[in-house]
Design a protein around this ligand. Structure first.
Ligand code: HEC
Ligand code: HEC
Length: 302
């Protein structure tokens, strides 16, 4: 995705027209600058926006539109991604994170995050490269990139894919290259996961109403492309993270035509239903909706 030629081209056109027809130079330069501005942004969005689109689909629920993440739950990528790239081995690390996920306590600019990022290995090499290039250049990240930065390429992703790591292993390898963090405040103690039968039952009703068309009667037999919501697929995506990840995902992405349209309580009920359907034990305490508490509840089973 070489953007420099795209940038150069309209300026070139603009200049040569001005030189060739000096009489109308002003008018034409003005007109062609407008055209140039338009074609620049059109061309730029063709070139760069596969990455932006992939980000919107797969990353925004947690890392947010502005790349700031969510305090205590999802680390920022704005400001952070170029730092990762600057580590020895950082380029490979970024690709690993996107492909295989990341699980462990990381420190980003003094804040600890103990979460699990799901793997995105179902995205192809080109999409992984594009989304990482987007993350590296979006927001105010571009000026922080090392001079001579070369965008990640699909064949680099293919090479890392062959390592077939898992999220814990990616974390272990990260430990070897991450600079020691400044002594950081630690996260809250874990809180045991809990939801009630009544919540799961209400969640089931909300599911039938809002989700079943796409995700199916058994949560894995949807007709309109809804991903499986139970079994190994669910476990691989969510089973190592905190409840906050899944809650944030539901609330920011589902149902796809009106994300966030349901109340917090209904999202918590839906979450209880999904957990129930995946064999988690119900208990005496309701599943809460505040992200701080959800962040302290792990979906990991011993
Ligand atoms: C369900 C929530 C979620 C989604 C969706 C998600 N991430 Fe993450 N991401 C996390 C969490 C949580 C962490 C921190 C993991 C940890 O604490 O070990 C993280 C960390 C990262 C990091 C920092 C890694 C480091 O070593 O500091 C990068 C880069 C990243 N994610 C990129 C992406 C990209 C690109 C996408 C989309 C393809 C994406 N994430 C989608 C939750 C998510
Ligand atoms: C219009 C169809 C549609 C409806 C309605 C819908 N979903 Fe989805 N859902 C999808 C699709 C498609 C995906 C896969 C999205 C992706 O991979 O980015 C998905 C993904 C998910 C995932 C993540 C699965 C994974 O592990 O990757 C969860 C959880 C989820 N939906 C829950 C719900 C819940 C709960 C509702 C009801 C409030 C709902 N969905 C309504 C289509 C739908």
């Amino acid at each position: 995705m070489p953007s420099p030629p795209v940038f150069m081209h309209p300026m070139f056109t603009c200049k040569s027209i001005a030189v060739v027809i000096p009489v109308f130079a002003f008018a034409i330069t003005l007109g062609s600058s407008l055209a140039a501005a338009q074609s620049t942004s059109a061309a730029k969005s063709d070139a760069g926006d596969a990455g932006a689109r992939t980000y919107k689909t797969y990353c925004i629920a947690c890392h947010q539109e502005n790349g700031q993440g969510v305090g205590g739950a999802f680390p920022p990528l704005a400001g952070h991604a170029p730092d990762l790239l600057a580590w020895a081995g950082g380029r490979t690390h970024l690709i690993r994170v996107a492909l295989f996920g990341l699980e462990g306590t990381i420190n980003v600019n003094g804040t600890n995050f103990t979460g699990a990022m799901p793997a995105w290995d179902r995205l192809d090499d080109k999409s992984i490269a594009a989304v990482l290039n987007h993350v590296l250049t979006a927001w105010d990240n571009k000026p922080r990139l090392p001079a001579g930065f070369k965008p990640l390429a699909a064949d680099e992703v293919a090479a890392v894919r062959a390592e077939s790591l898992d999220a814990k292993r990616v974390f272990a390898l990260r430990q070897q290259i991450a600079p020691a963090p400044a002594a950081a405040a630690n996260n809250a103690a874990p809180i045991a996961l809990s939801f009630t039968e009544a919540q799961a039952a209400q969640g089931k009703a909300a599911y039938q109403h809002n989700c079943m068309d796409c995700h199916g009667t058994t949560l894995d037999n949807g007709e309109f492309g809804g991903a499986p919501l139970r079994g190994a697929y669910f476990r691989n995506h969510w089973g190592n993270g905190s409840v906050a990840s899944l809650y944030a995902y539901l609330k920011t992405k589902m149902p796809p035509d009106r994300p966030g349209a349901l109340s917090d309580k209904v999202y918590a009920d839906l979450l209880a239903f999904l957990l129930h359907s995946n064999g988690y034990e119900s208990g005496g305490r309701e599943l809460p909706t505040d992200s701080q508490t959800l962040q302290s509840m792990s979906l990991k089973r011993d």
